[in-house]
Design a binder for this molecule. Structure first.
Ligand code: G3H
Length: 544
C-alpha cells in the first residue's frame, strides 16, 4: 500500500489569483541584488537565484508556484570581503563598537528597534509568502522578536548594573564585566527566519561583537527591508549580510579560522561540517540549536480532551516545522483507542488553506522536495506494518500535505528515528513506562518531553530521571521554547549552549576583568579613571 497522491478533497486548496484578498495580493516580485558589507549596501552583479513561495496559484486548472523574486548568490570572494569588514570593525577588540560603553550600544539598539517596527507590515507579508506561515503567526513572530530585543536591552541593563562596582578581595581591587568574543557567524533557520535568527544576532551585536549574518535557504527576502536600518544603526562593518550557497560562503569563512563564534540553527550534520572546517576548533565558541525528536508520553490516567488539544498544537503548529514540536507520541495501551479516536477526529476539523486565511492551521510547506520526503517516511512505515489512522492522512497536493497519524510504529521504521519536521505523527502504544523512557535514553536527541497524566506520584517518579534525559519536562503541556526568559537548550545532538534572554548575553561574551593590588598608586589611578570617566570598562556608571 502506498500513500495517496491525488488531492481528493484538497483539490481546491490553492486559490485562483482573484481569490486572494486585495491586502495579501503579491504584486511585485522582489529582485534583490543588494547585500550589506562594511556599512555599505553593495549591488551584486553575479548570479542570482529565484525565490518561490510554497503557495501555488490555480491558473485554469494548472497549479503554478508563485515566484516571489530573486536573491543574490555571492561567491567566496564576496564572503571573504564580509569577513575582512567584520574583522576590521572588531580590530582585535580595539574597534569602536567593541570598546563602546554598554549605554551607547543600547542607544544604537533602541534606535534600530524603533525603525525596525516601522517595517512590520513588509516583513510580515514576506514572511508569510516565503515560508507559508499563517498571517497571524507571522505577525506574532515579528512582535515576539521586538519583545525579545526590548527584553534583551533590559536584561543587559541589569547585567551592567550588577557589574558596575569595584570589588575588593584578598587585597585586590577588581571590576568584572563581560566582553565580546570577536566575529560571530550567525545562520538562522527557515522555520523562524526572523525570530530565531535575531535571538542570536541581537545579543551577539549588543555584546560588542561584529557579526556576519547568512539567512537560511528559505525566508531570505523578508530581511531585505531591514538592510538600510542595519546599515544606519551600527558602525560600519559591525553587521554584514551575505547570501548564497553555504559551502561557498560559510565554508570559506569557517576555513579561514577567523570566525570566533558560530551561532547556527539547523541540522547537526551541517553544524558538524562547519565546525570541522575551522582550523582552530579550540578558539571557536558555539551556540547551536539542532534537531530534536521530542516525545509526548500519555499515561493511562491522562485527561483526554486537554491532552488531545496539547498534542495537536504540539505536533502540528506550523505543520510540525518547529524544533520543539512533538515528533513521536507514546500512549498507554489502555487509552490509546480513545486517544486516537479523539485525536484523529480533531485533526479532521483543522482548517487547511492559505496562510492569509483566518484560523488556518495547515498550510503548504516551503522546503523543496519536502512532501516527497515525508511520503517516503510514510511509505517506509506502511511497508513495515504501520497504518495511517486518520482520514485523508498523508494526502499530498504539490507543497501541501494533510497530516498523517501513523499507528503501529516500531524501531524498524525511519519515522521512529528521523526528525520529520513536518505533519507526520507517529504513535506508539506502550504497556510499561520503561518503553518510552528507553526510547529517550537511546535517542540521539535530548531537547524536551511532554508528560500527560493526573497522578502526582507517577509524574514525580518520572520527573527525576527525565530531567536528566532532556532539558525541559513539560507536564500536561506541549513542548515549546517560550517564554523567552526560560533557558532553551538540549542534550546530545540537540543543542550546544543555552539560550534565553539573559543566557544569550552570556553565550556571546566572555567574562573579563581589571584587577589591581591595593596600593596608593593603584587607588589613585582607579579613582581618577572612575572620577573622570576615562574608561568604558572600568566604570561605576549606573544605567537607569
Ligand atoms: O524551531 C524551534 C523553535 O525554537 C521553537 O520555538 O517552541 O516557541 O515554537 P517555539
Amino acid at each position: 500500500m502506498t500513500t495517496k497522491t491525488i488531492a481528493g478533497k484538497f483539490e481546491e486548496l490553492f486559490p485562483n489569483q482573484n481569490d486572494i484578498p486585495e491586502k495579501f495580493q503579491f504584486a511585485n516580485p522582489v529582485e534583490q541584488r543588494e547585500y550589506l558589507i562594511n556599512g555599505e549596501i553593495v549591488k551584486w552583479e553575479g548570479p542570482v537565484k529565484d525565490v518561490f513561495s510554497p503557495v501555488f496559484i490555480n491558473e485554469n486548472g494548472t497549479l503554478k508556484r508563485i515566484r516571489l523574486g530573486s536573491q543574490p548568490v555571492l561567491d567566496r570572494n564576496a564572503a571573504a570581503k564580509a569577513l575582512d569588514a567584520a574583522r576590521a570593525s572588531y580590530d582585535n577588540g580595539r574597534g569602536e563598537w567593541a570598546t563602546m560603553s554598554i549605554k551607547k550600544r543600547i542607544d544604537h539598539m533602541v534606535n534600530f528597534t524603533r525603525r525596525m517596527k516601522e517595517k512590520r507590515d513588509e516583513v510580515v507579508q514576506m514572511l508569510m509568502w516565503e515560508i507559508g506561515k499563517s498571517f497571524s503567526d507571522s505577525q506574532k513572530e515579528f512582535d515576539r522578536t521586538i519583545d525579545y530585543i526590548n527584553d534583551t536591552i533590559e536584561s543587559l541593563k541589569t547585567l551592567d548594573r550588577d557589574s558596575s562596582r569595584i570589588q575588593k578581595v584578598q587585597g585586590l581591587y577588581a571590576q568584572i564585566r563581560r566582553g565580546p568574543l570577536g566575529v560571530v557567524l550567525c545562520m538562522g533557520p527557515y522555520n523562524y527566519p526572523l525570530n530565531e535568527t535575531y535571538c542570536n544576532l541581537i545579543p551577539a551585536l549588543i555584546m560588542g561583537n561584529s557579526v556576519i549574518f547568512k539567512p537560511a535557504k528559505y525566508g531570505v527576502l523578508l530581511h531585505r527591508p531591514l538592510l538600510e536600518i542595519f546599515r544606519d544603526s551600527f558602525p560600519k562593518g559591525v553587521i554584514n549580510f551575505i547570501y548564497g550557497d553555504g559551502a561557498e560562503t560559510s565554508g570559506t569563512l569557517m576555513a579561514s579560522g577567523k570566525i570566533d563564534c558560530l551561532a547556527f540553527i539547523g541540522t547537526s550534520r551541517v553544524a558538524n561540517i562547519l565546525k570541522k572546517q575551522h582550523p582552530n576548533p579550540n578558539r571557536l565558541r558555539g551556540a547551536l540549536g539542532l534537531e530534536a525528536k521530542n516525545p509526548a508520553i500519555i499515561l493511562a490516567d491522562a485527561e483526554l480532551d486537554m491532552t488531545v488539544s496539547e498534542v495537536i498544537t504540539g505536533s502540528l503548529s506550523f505543520n510540525g516545522q518547529r524544533c520543539t514540536a512533538l515528533k513521536i507520541i507514546f500512549v498507554h495501551e489502555s487509552i490509546s483507542k480513545k486517544f486516537l479516536d479523539k485525536f484523529c477526529s480533531k485533526i479532521a476539523q483543522l482548517k487547511a488553506g492559505m496562510p492569509w486565511e483566518e484560523n488556518v492551521m495547515l498550510t503548504p510547506l516551503p522546503e523543496k522536495g519536502k512532501t516527497e520526503y515525508l511520503k517516503e517516511l510514510i511509505d517506509d512505515a506502511l511497508a513495515k506494518g504501520a497504518k495511517v489512522a486518520n482520514e485523508n492522512g498523508g494526502t499530498v497536493l504539490e507543497s501541501f500535505m494533510f497530516p498523517a497519524v501513523l499507528t503501529g510504529v516500531n524501531s524498524e521504521m525511519r519515522i521512529y528515528h528521523e526528525e520529520q519536521f513536518g505533519p507526520v505523527i507517529p504513535v506508539i502504544e506502550f504497556k510499561d513506562i520503561n518503553e518510552p523512557i528507553e526510547y529517550m535514553v537511546k535517542s540521539n536527541y535530548g531537547q524536551q518531553v511532554s508528560v500527560f497524566g493526573s497522578d502526582s506520584d507517577e509524574i514525580a517518579h518520572m520527573i527525576d530521571p527525565l530531567v536528566n534525559q532532556v532539558c525541559r519536562v513539560n507536564i500536561n503541556s506541549q513542548c515549546q521554547r517560550g517564554p523567552d526568559v526560560f533557558p532553551f537548550n538540549g542534550r546530545k545532538d540537540s543543542a550546544e549552549g543555552t539560550l534565553s534572554v539573559s543566557d544569550a548575553l552570556r553565550v556571546f561574551s566572555i567574562r573579563t576583568l581589571v584587577a589591581a593590588k591595593e596600593s596608593e598608586l593603584n587607588k589613585n589611578i582607579i579613582s581618577e579613571i572612575l572620577d573622570e570617566r576615562k574608561s568604558s570598562f572600568l566604570s561605576t556608571d549606573f544605567i537607569l
